[in-house]
Write a protein that binds this ligand. Structure first.
Ligand code: NAI
Length: 294
């Protein structure tokens, strides 16, 4: 049967019930943050022992949080921990939780075949509106999504470690991810108190600013936010380039490109060359990648 996109499949989903598969470092951290922000969470792993350890980890992490945020009021701190822990249940058999999930997020082992098997299995059980997300660090989301009949409702949701402390979440849309799915995930990450950035590819920021490859995968604003919140840089690469001066950056890049003419990372950046030719050299001329006031 040809799948039709029913109205329930394309609407924005308000994410309330979350199933997290994999209760390791990342899954437990995400469960803690989601439960702390009022979401109903089911944490799934392969054994009860692993889940017990995960719950213990969440509880001690919450104690550290509470020590800071409720320092003068330990009773309210205890209440908070109790409420948060009530929002998390655990299971080695997720079918009941899946049936009521708005979002299923996997944070299991970094292996394509295992992630595909999981998504294929979940696809048969989850309601039509349920969004599937992967916390993968390196695997193409489109390949994981190909194991499902709902690639429009699959995306990457890439958290940073340690999850309770790191503000950044990358929302990774494939060419098949629907705008409604991206929107729902953006709203969810904001509800977690995180700062989402949108990208089509993970960590696109490790190459030179202005390189055409970079722009195809994320906006300069999102790359700058990503490098500040995710990698702890005081300035993003575009802000830093404007600060240094784009003529200087061009000089450096031309030098690298001369040294390694075959390395695509150092290929001339048309955008950088254009800005320099137009005299837009960054902060010192009040315009570069960004515009500045006097
Ligand atoms: P981890 O090894 O701490 O936890 C993985 C958990 O998944 C384990 O508890 C394991 O028992 C469970 N698991 C494995 N296969 C399963 C299955 N089929 N069903 C249910 N549970 C299963 O790994 P970690 O560090 O939490 O990473 C998880 C994912 O998050 C990976 O895809 C990784 O690339 C990604 N990631 C990791 C980051 C890090 O700093 N560790 C940062 C961002 C993403």
């Amino acid at each position: 049967i040809k799948r039709s996109f029913s109205s329930s499949a394309v609407r924005n989903v308000v994410i309330k019930n979350v199933t997290i598969i994999g209760g390791g470092q990342m899954g437990a951290g995400i469960a803690q943050v989601a439960a702390s922000t009022g979401h109903s969470v089911t944490l799934v792993d392969m054994t009860d022992d692993i889940l017990k350890k995960a719950m213990k980890g969440i509880q001690s992490s919450l104690r550290r949080v509470v020590k800071k945020t409720f320092s003068g009021d330990p009773e309210s701190g205890d209440d908070f921990i109790q409420k948060v822990m009530q929002n998390v249940s655990t299971s080695t058999e997720p079918s009941a939780a899946i049936a009521t999930s708005d979002l299923i997020l996997e944070a299991i082992v970094e292996n394509m075949k295992i992630k595909q098997d999981l998504f294929g299995f979940l696809d048969k059980m989850a309601p039509e509106h349920t969004i599937f997300a992967s916390n993968t660090s390196s695997l193409p989301i489109s390949d994981i999504a190909s194991a499902t009949s709902r690639p429009d409702r699959c995306a990457g949701l890439h958290f940073f470690n340690p999850v309770p402390l790191m503000k950044l979440v990358e929302v990774v849309a494939t060419t098949s991810t629907s705008p409604e799915t991206s929107e729902s995930l953006l709203n969810f990450t904001k509800a977690l108190g995180k700062t989402p950035v949108c990208c089509k590819f993970l960590n696109p920021c490790l190459v030179c600013p202005g390189h055409p490859w970079v722009h195809r995968h994320a906006s300069k604003e999102d790359i700058d936010t990503g490098m500040k919140l995710g990698a702890g840089y005081p300035m993003g690469p575009f802000e830093l380039s404007d600060y240094v001066g784009l003529d200087t950056i061009k000089f450096i890049m031309d030098g690298w490109s001369k040294k390694e003419p075959d390395n695509p990372i150092f290929a001339p950046s048309q955008l950088l060359n254009k800005l320099v030719a137009e005299g837009k050299l960054g902060k010192k001329t009040l315009e570069g990648f960004y515009k500045y006031n006097k």
